[in-house]
Design a protein around this ligand. Structure first.
Ligand code: DON
Length: 332
């Protein structure tokens, strides 16, 4: 009886070892919480460095000393450190989701109106548009995002509402919402975006009234979400296009396309540096957030409001750099 019990213990131990060995091989046994704690300790001296975006007055009021980071696995586990549950202004991170929602409805048609090449210019630059006859370089610079919002508006009648509902569903947070103070502040100081939209309209590359497109764009940027919300919400890109509920949003190939554009264009004229340091598809916003995707494994989001000269979070980029260095997880 005792020998039998002992055999059972050995058999169980062997089974557990086999499972954890397999899990180790595909990485799922990683101590994500321990790694996030280590990352936060390492970037601590950088928190508060850089400048909070001040061209939108409502963003200038954010505390620069915030830092949060979250990781959501494709299986639904969630880990976080610091201010990972505090909502912040997602700003240009919204551009990833509007692109995905548009691709899901429009397929390749959208690529007739916007390119897929890095711009090498600041996110709000006007100069390239004239040379390229009103066709923006990619969907993640402001001009390209305005075209995408215009298309999503045409396809759905409510671009910002469709985006909010999608983020609520994927994050599992029904309270995720717009920040009207940020939206109004941005509209009041949105001369550059208005110039971009009118300029593209003059080339016939905006279908809806410019004022309507701008309104939807400002409101989409004003959405407030936490690192936990966004790490979960970008999970569909780690699951090759499959949503949290198992429904398919994008084909596997379209998910690859969005990830590729994030890698090459997601951090504007710093995309080369980001790929070099972090080695993951990522997208930043001037609210200080950055999302990143590890296909098959997890979505990540880091937030710290101090920005570098190119509009990316100083502590955020460093945290992702540390994360991929510590874990060896990157797409390369
Ligand atoms: O268009 C704007 O100016 C902002 N709402 C979004 C800019 C942004 O986040 C660019 N990101 N780095």
């Amino acid at each position: 009886m005792e020998a039998l019990a002992l055999c059972q213990v050995f058999a169980d131990a062997r089974a557990i070892a086999a499972i954890s060995c397999a899990a180790e091989m595909d990485g799922r046994a990683m101590d994500y919480q321990g790694i996030l704690d280590e990352v936060m300790a390492a970037v601590w001296p950088l928190i508060g460095q850089g400048r909070v975006a001040n061209y939108i007055p409502a963003l200038a009021a954010v505390d620069p000393n915030r830092f949060g980071m979250a990781l959501a696995t494709v299986d639904g586990d969630l880990f976080g450190v610091g201010d990972w549950r505090v909502p912040f202004s997602i700003q240009s991170i919204s551009k990833v989701f509007t692109l995905a929602l548009t691709l899901a409805r429009d397929g390749d048609d959208v690529w007739r109106r916007v390119g897929k090449e890095p711009s090498g210019n600041p996110f709000n630059s006007l100069v390239q548009l004239e040379y390229e006859q009103g066709i923006p370089r990619n969907p993640f610079i402001n001009a390209g995002a305005l075209v995408i919002t215009d298309r999503l508006l045409q396809l759905t009648g409510d671009a910002r509402g469709v985006l909010r509902d999608f983020l609520r569903a994927e994050s599992g947070n029904p309270a995720l919402d717009f920040d009207p103070v940020v939206a109004v502040s941005e509209a009041e100081h949105g001369h550059r975006n208005a110039a971009l939209a009118h300029f593209m309209a003059s080339y016939g590359n905006i279908e809806n009234p410019v004022a309507e497109v701008l309104e939807h764009y400002f409101w989409q940027c004003s959405l407030a979400a936490s690192c936990a919300d966004l790490a979960r919400a970008c999970g569909f890109l780690a699951r090759h296009g499959q949503r949290a509920d198992g429904e398919r949003l994008l084909t596997r190939s379209q998910a690859k396309q969005v990830n590729a554009i994030m890698l090459t264009c997601g951090t504007y004229d710093a995309a080369g540096e980001f790929a070099y340091r972090v080695g993951l598809p990522g997208k930043s916003g001037v609210g200080g957030g950055i999302i990143a995707v590890i296909p098959n494994r997890c979505g990540l989001c880091v937030w710290s409001p101090g920005l570098d000269a190119r509009g990316n979070s100083v502590a955020g980029v460093e945290a992702l750099d540390r994360f991929t260095t510590l874990t060896g997880l990157s797409v390369f």
